[in-house]
Structure formats: C-alpha cells, structure tokens
Design a protein around this ligand. Structure first.
Ligand SMILES: CC(C)(COP(=O)(O)OP(=O)(O)OC[C@H]1O[C@@H](n2cnc3c(N)ncnc32)[C@H](O)[C@@H]1OP(=O)(O)O)[C@@H](O)C(=O)NCCC(=O)NCCS
Length: 176
C-alpha cells in the first residue's frame, strides 16, 4: 500500500471541493444528500484523507451527522478518489477505516446513497424496506443503511433530517 490514511489535514480542506467536482461533476450539490449537508459541519473526527508519501492528497472521505426522527446517525460521504488513482484499493481502505472509526467512537447507524454493488461488501443493505425516508428524490436501490450496533434498526423508522445541532456557526467556514 503506497498511501496512508490520515485524519483530514487543515491544508486538505481547500483541495477537497475541486476533487469532489472532478469525481462527481459540478452538479453534485443538486442531489438530495446535499440537503442534509448544506450548512451543517461534517464530523471532524470522521474526516479522512488518503495521501501519498510526499503528502499529495489522493482521496477524501467525510461523514455527516444526520437525525432519523430524533435518533443520531451518520451519513457516509462524500467519498472521492482522484480519477487517475481509482481502482487501486484507496476507496476500499478509506471506507473500512472510516466505518471502523465510526464504530469505535460509538456511532450506531450509518446511511449512504451510492452504488449498491460498491457498498454491499461492507454490509450495507437497502434502507427503504426498513421504513427510512430521505427528504427528496433518490433511486431506491442506492439508498442504503448499515447497523454499526446490531439491532438498532429494529425500532427505528422515519424521515432522515438535518442535524441542525451541528449547523455551521456564523464566521466558521465549511467546505462541503
Ligand atoms: C467509487 C470510488 C470511490 C471507488 O474508489 P476506488 O479507490 O476506485 O475503489 P477501490 O479500488 O477501493 O475498489 C474497491 C472495490 O470496489 C470495486 N469498485 C470500484 N469502483 C466501483 C464502482 N463504481 N461500482 C462498483 N464497484 C466498484 C472494485 O472493483 C473493488 O472490488 P474488489 O474489492 O472486489 O477488488 C472511486 O472510483 C470514485 O471516487 N469515483 C467517483 C466518485 C464516486 O462515484 N464516489 C462514490 C460515491 S457512491
């Protein structure tokens, strides 16, 4: 493995928005998941960068806080690997590291909107059959959920909401 996974460095912040534009396209912020992120800070302890030995940023993974009714959960992503670095296992290493850290820190439930064939190996399953609802349109198979604490989905259903208790305060910058 010729890359390392680090907590996101302060110098990465300005590079991540352009990386996300390269990986997802510049219309990415029209997607439903951005309604859950806009104006809300990512969880700083769950922001990771993959970097090569000389410090160059190769990929980024951040998690956002969300609420399911009143239950605190986390939203995986955005996850983006520099286009010329894709297919080398960087995304996989970031997702594994991020989910391990989230579990270690006591988070109980993780939601993602993404390619089911990519996220199924980590244990993600379709979220709609559990009665979870996103606040906007989504291709149902892409809306997935993973219990980090077994059993938490048993009594949980409802609308996924913005975690307003993590809202950006005036004067604090946030490059989501
Ligand atoms: C999708 C993405 C994050 C994957 O990262 P990556 O570093 O290229 O992927 P990895 O090399 O870690 O691949 C891990 C596994 O996923 C598979 N895979 C990679 N891209 C995939 C995709 N788009 N769909 C399904 N499976 C994929 C790989 O074949 C590999 O399988 P294996 O473990 O059986 O060998 C990256 O290609 C990317 O940034 N794409 C553009 C943005 C995007 O779509 N982000 C994902 C949000 S859902």
């Amino acid at each position: 493995m010729d890359f390392n996974i680090l907590p996101e460095r302060s110098s990465d912040a300005a590079l991540i928005d352009p990386l996300l534009d390269r990986a997802f396209g510049t219309d990415r912020k029209s997607r439903t998941v951005y309604r859950l992120r806009e104006g809300i800070l990512p969880l700083p302890e769950l922001c990771f960068s993959a970097v090569q030995a000389d410090g160059t940023l190769l990929a980024s993974l951040r998690f956002w806080p969300i609420l399911i009714d009143a239950f605190p959960a986390i939203l995986l992503g955005p996850l983006a690997v520099e286009p010329e670095q894709q297919g080398r296992g960087i995304g996989k290493a970031l997702v594994r590291h991020g989910l391990n850290e989230a579990s270690r820190l006591g988070h109980k439930l993780c939601v993602v909107v993404g390619d089911p064939s990519y996220y199924r190996p980590y244990g993600f399953a379709p979220a709609t059959p559990y009665g979870l609802v996103l606040p906007g349109p989504v291709d149902p198979p892409r809306f997935q959920v993973l219990e980090l604490k077994p059993g938490v989905l048993e009594n949980l259903r409802g609308l996924i909401r913005r975690a307003e208790n993590h809202a950006v305060q005036p004067g604090v910058s946030c490059s989501a």
